[in-house]
Structure formats: C-alpha cells, structure tokens
Design a protein around this ligand. Structure first.
Ligand code: NAD
Length: 503
C-alpha cells in the first residue's frame, strides 16, 4: 500500500506506514513490528514503531490543520463523516474479517464491531447539524445570553485492542465533528484494524493533517503524545495502570484527560428470574468476545434458591459451546487476543485453583488448531466473595460464581469492587428491578439483559476505577471534545451591571 520512501521490506507481509499530514510515510531508520492472527500466529501486517520525533511530526501536522478544520461549518465537517460511513458500509465484510483475523473475535462480532463504527459515525454526522448550546434569559433588559460549543484543538485518541474499529471511531468521529484535529494511537496488536479505519477517512477525502496515525509502543508513542504541549486533550481507553499514568502526566500539564478503564461486571440472578433467559444472558455476557469486553460479565451472583439448579444449567449448556476458528460460523468463542492475554488469564486461573473451586474449564486448550493459537477453555469457578478472582479484572473467559442469600447481599457483593462499569439483574419483580437501578454502583445497569450490549446513542462509561467521571457516545461524546463558551450580547446601548443595578 501507500508506504512512503525509506520503507523497509523485511518480509512478505503487507507493510504500513504512519499516516501524517495526509500521507503514508515511513520515517527513515524507524523500526518495525508485526501483528499476528491469534488463531494461528500468522502475520497480519507490519507497522512502524514510531519514535518521539515521529509523534512530534504528527502533532505538528494536526496543529497546522486545526484552524481551517475548525472554521469549516460543522454540517460540512459532517459530510466527510457521511462519506466515511458509506465507505465503512461498503467495506464492512472485508474489515470485519480483518477484525476477526487480527483480534480473534468470532466473525459476527467482527462485523458487529464495524457496524458499531458505522452507526456511530452516522450519528455524529447528524450531530454536525446540532452541536447544541443553550439560550437562557438574562437578568437585564436588552441582553441576550447563550452558549456555543468550540473545539479544543489537537486531541490524542489512544485506544485498546478489544474493539479495534468501534472504539477508535467513537473517539475520532466525535472529535472531528466537534472541529478538533486528531492524532490517533491504537493498541499495537490491532494496528492493521487501525490502518483500515484511517484509510476509510483518507478515502472520504479528509483534508491533510486532520487525522493522523502513529503506531508503536505505548510507553514511547503514548507518552510523547500526552506530553506534547500542543495536544490539548487526551481521550484514553485501556487498563487502569496505563490510564493512571496518562492521567498524572496530563494533570501535570493541566490537560483534559478522559479515561475509560476496566470493569468487574456482575450479573445478578434472583430466585424469581426467568432462568433460561438469564442463562443465555450469562453465556453471551461472560464468554462473548472470549470475555474480553470491558463490559463482560465476570461475576455471576446467584440467589441461594436457584443456585444449584442454575449452575447445573450453565455447566450443561457449556457442553455444546464450541471454541475454535472464529471465521467458522459454527464457533461460539474464538481465541484470546494475544500471547500476553493468554499468559495473564492462565495466571489468574492458577490463582483461582488455589482460592476457589474449579467447576469447569481451567486450562489452555491443546491439540489441532488449538496448538497454533491462544485458546483458553471457558472457565467457571465457585467462589466466596472477596477472593482475587472475584474482585480483580481478568479480561478473559473466566467467570466467578457467588452464592448470596437475598437481594441486599447481592447488591452488597455486586458493589464491593474497585470498578463500576456495567451491571445486570434478572428478576420478574418490577419493584426490585427499579430498586436495583438505584442501588447498583455502575455507569450502566441492564434489567433482564446481559452486562454487554451498548447502544451508541446513549452515554457509555463508569464510576470508581472505571474512569474519571466522563462518558463517551451519545450526546456525552460532544461534551468530551468541546469547550463551552458563554456569550453575552448587550443591545441596550448603555452600560448595564449584572447583580448591581437590577434591584
Ligand atoms: P492498555 O492500557 O494496555 O493499552 C491501551 C492503550 O494505551 C494502547 O494503545 C497502548 O499502546 C497505550 N499505552 C500503553 N502505555 C501507554 C503510556 N504509558 N502512555 C500512553 N499510552 C499508553 O489496555 P489494553 O490491554 O489495550 O486494553 C484492555 C483494557 O482496556 C482493559 O482493562 C479493559 O477493561 C479496558 N477497556 C475499557 C473500555 C471502557 O470503555 N471502559 C473499553 C474497552 C477496553
């Protein structure tokens, strides 16, 4: 593809450059890294390991492009998003397969990842005709008061690998429609998906410098981005430790830093629940995307009256649950995303074996295709609340099942973790369902539905260690990427003093 001069041809795998000022470039002397397919370890793409100076060049391009992009009326900025959404639709099947090849989620989920991107980009196109401010009455006569939204400037979008086209678009489309220019830094193991996203915007005709891509190590590229004084805001999705580092560096420079971090999401099933429905919910919530969604269900909190029966239903249902090639339509769950992911999940399984009772799974799968990729069996532990596996984010197909006596204990257990992203309760008692909306400490609560399943037109985010108070998607997306300006227009032709001469 469009790799520029100085490209190092090291293998047969397709090579990608950085995308800076509207061109794919390979800075002379830059190193490279490859991404691999977690199903079989075959290479997917080769990418530039950017250095701090390469990041500076990308920020410079975004900085130069900012004034003209800011001055373009928002509905006209929206036209670029409309084109991007159309191109994403045309390429959905192709890009969805790339998501599955590079990240390992089953194909319907790979296509769903792209569909979520399409939905959000279309939604943000419409937002270009709103970007709502407020008009409010003045306390004085012949005076008009309003607010308008203005872009922040150059923003950094730093993203994880688990939704490798959806999450970047959540950030990029919202930032662009708001009038910002962007430097995008994706997770290294899904750099090909990131390049596909950027190609879509390139083909949509976005002016040079408005969107730039820098790939490479988080410690080098991410840090250089966060510390560059021309980057006015950072939108980060990833793990707590990285997020804390980004937050501290940003705070030292008084930047706006938006953090979307981890989760330890509970599904509560009460004695009166529709059990077959709750069973389908937990299968999808816990083992969809191999448990690697920030909203994945990692704790199943069961009331004592249905505990034995429901656990037996779950174990029996898993006998027909197929783990395998994510491109095969018969597969329910693919590999985990990387060797690092596999190692971390297996470490937690070892911890679980020491502190809890293993009910099912608990191993790396071996034999045939499994030997070539990173496959972990869907795993269930029976545990008391308070064990490490019941409190720490594992980010894999490992479910902790916890027995509780009643609703009060269920809520206490659900809330007693450091995170607060998603939560779910299955019950037929409408009063209890509404009580749970009040009681569950989480940014998202589902009633009679699993903890996963966000819709782009609603705010998304969490409390406690899941973030620092902001929300993405929905109308909140615009708040993340704009400053509010308050405007007073006095048409009285005299000096009027607020608070003083109105008595
Ligand atoms: P990660 O924190 O390892 O990496 C996230 C991004 O940060 C990557 O692009 C990485 O290269 C970059 N990075 C690494 N070090 C950096 C540094 N020092 N400065 C700046 N950037 C740096 O996370 P991950 O493994 O890619 O993703 C998994 C995590 O993301 C999980 O904890 C999951 O819960 C979370 N997540 C949260 C949400 C949400 O919306 N709350 C959504 C998806 C994933």
């Amino acid at each position: 593809m469009r790799a520029g001069e100085g490209s190092i041809v090291s293998s047969s795998v397709e090579e990608y450059g950085l995308f800076v000022n509207g061109k794919w470039v390979v800075p002379p002397g830059a190193g490279r890294f490859e991404t691999i397919n977690p199903t079989n370890r075959e290479p997917v793409g080769s990418f530039v390991a950017a250095r701090a100076a390469d990041v500076t060049a990308a920020v410079e391009a975004a900085h130069k492009a900012f004034p003209a992009w800011r001055d373009l009326p928002a509905p006209r900025r929206g036209q670029f998003l409309r084109s991007a959404a159309r191109i994403l639709k045309e390429r959905k099947a192709e890009i969805g397969r790339i998501v599955t090849r590079e990240m390992g989620k089953v194909l319907p989920e790979g296509l769903g990842d792209v569909q979520e991107a399409i939905d959000f980009v279309e939604y943000m196109d419409g937002e270009g005709r709103r970007l709502l401010g407020e008009t409010v009455p003045s306390e004085l006569t012949s005076k008009f008061c309003l607010t308008v939204r203005q872009p922040k400037g150059v923003v950094a979008c730093i993203t994880p690998w688990n939704f490798p086209t959806a999450i970047p678009n959540w950030k990029i489309a919202a930032a662009l429609i708001s009038g910002n220019t962007v430097v995008f830094k994706p997770a290294s193991n899904t750099a090909r998906c990131a390049a596909e996203v950027v190609k879509v915007y390139e083909d949509a005709g976005l002016p040079p410098g408005v969107l730039n891509l820098v790939t490479g190590a988080g410690g080098t590229v991410g840090t250089a981005l966060v510390e560059d004084p021309r980057v006015r805001a950072v939108s980060f999705t990833g793990g707590v430790e990285t997020g804390r580092d980004v937050y501290v560096r940003g705070a030292q420079r008084l930047k706006m830093v938006h953090l979307e971090l981890g989760g330890k999401n509970p599904q509560i099933v009460m004695d009166d629940a529709n059990l077959p429905l709750a069973l389908e919910g937990i299968l999808f919530g816990a083992f969809g995307t191999s448990g690697q969604r920030c909203t994945a269900t990692s704790r199943l909190i069961l009331q004592a009256g249905i505990y034995d029966r429901f656990l037996e239903m779950l174990v029996r249902r898993l006998e027909t649950f197929r783990v395998g090639d994510p491109l095969d339509p018969a597969t329910d769950m693919g590999p985990v995303a990387s060797a690092d992911q596999e190692r971390k999940i297996l470490e937690y399984i070892e911890i679980g074996r020491r502190e809890a009772r293993l009910v099912r799974g608990g191993e790396k799968l071996t034999g045939g295709l499994y030997d070539r990729g990173f496959f972990v069996a869907p795993t269930i532990f029976e545990t008391r609340h308070g064990t490490r596996i019941s409190k720490e984010e594992i980010f894999g197909p490992v479910l902790s099942v916890i027995k509780v006596a009643d609703y009060a204990e269920a809520v206490r257990v659900a809330n007693d973790v450091d995170y607060g992203l998603s939560s779910s309760i299955y019950t037929r008692d409408v009063s209890r369902a509404f009580r749970a909306i009040e009681d569950l400490e989480a940014g998202i609560t589902y009633i009679n539905a699993p903890t996963i399943g966000a819709e782009i037109q609603l705010p998304f985010g969490g409390i406690k260690n899941t973030g620092n108070g902001g929300r993405e998607a929905g109308t909140a997306a615009i708040e993340e990427f704009t400053e509010v300006k308050t405007v007073f227009v006095d048409y009285s032709d005299k000096l009027q003093k607020a608070q003083i001469d109105t008595a």
